[in-house]
Ligand binder design. Structure first.
Ligand SMILES: Nc1ncnc2c1ncn2[C@@H]1O[C@H](COP(=O)(O)OP(=O)(O)OP(=O)(O)O)[C@@H](O)[C@H]1O
Ligand SMILES: [Mg+2]
Length: 171
């Protein structure tokens, strides 16, 4: 199963932007780490950039600078012919389209990785975390994804759905 999953993600000759999609606590970062490990590629995460900019990954004071940095990093990876994973929620169609457009400008291909887990599981996982996000944030992202689910019109070459509750120990 894992092998098949990675085969679906493999690209040849063209760098790829793997765009993680899913509500908070669905398991995006967990899946992103697996993909990064398997292919030996990097992960760009807004939390990491926030930490670099302010020393605190929860500090949302400089979101425009974070967005700029995300875009610069994606460009740099793709221009160097390297694939990369963007670990964001990407619940809004507009955000997904901006990323696939950027990728196209750098002659890369975009692959959406939609991590799905039942709402009840996400709420439970979130509540168990050290710093849970407010529940309304989870509901808001779910609304965005339900009203405009990821689709080829977002600019993806491929969209792969992943079960965010699947055992992740057999990689
Ligand atoms: N397949 C899984 N089985 C069991 N627990 C999991 C699984 N995937 C993730 N988890 C657990 O669920 C929690 C959330 O996972 P993760 O951080 O990967 O989610 P996320 O989608 O990246 O969340 P966020 O949007 O807040 O960054 C973590 O505690 C993680 O260990
Ligand atoms: Mg995460």
């Amino acid at each position: 199963m894992q092998k098949l999953f990675f085969e679906k993600l493999a690209v040849q000759g063209t760098p790829a932007l793997y765009l993680m999609i899913g509500i908070p606590a669905s398991g995006k970062s967990t899946v992103a780490r697996e993909i990064a490990h398997h292919f030996g590629i990097g992960i760009i995460s807004r939390d990491e950039i926030r930490k670099e900019l302010s020393g605190n990954e929860r500090n949302h004071d400089r979101e425009a600078a974070v967005t700029l940095s995300v875009r610069e990093r994606i460009r740099a990876y793709l221009a160097a012919g390297r694939s990369v994973i963007l670990d964001t929620t990407s619940a809004k169609a507009r955000d997904r389209r901006e990323m696939t457009e950027l990728c196209r400008m750098e002659r890369g291909i975009s692959i959406g990785i939609w991590v799905k887990a039942p709402l009840s599981v996400c709420l439970e996982r979130n509540a168990a975390r050290q710093e849970p996000v407010p529940q309304y944030v989870i509901f808001r992202h779910l609304r965005f994804l339900r009203s405009a689910p990821p689709c080829p019109a977002d600019g993806f070459t491929k969209i792969i759905q992943v079960d965010g509750t699947e055992s992740r120990t057999d990689t």
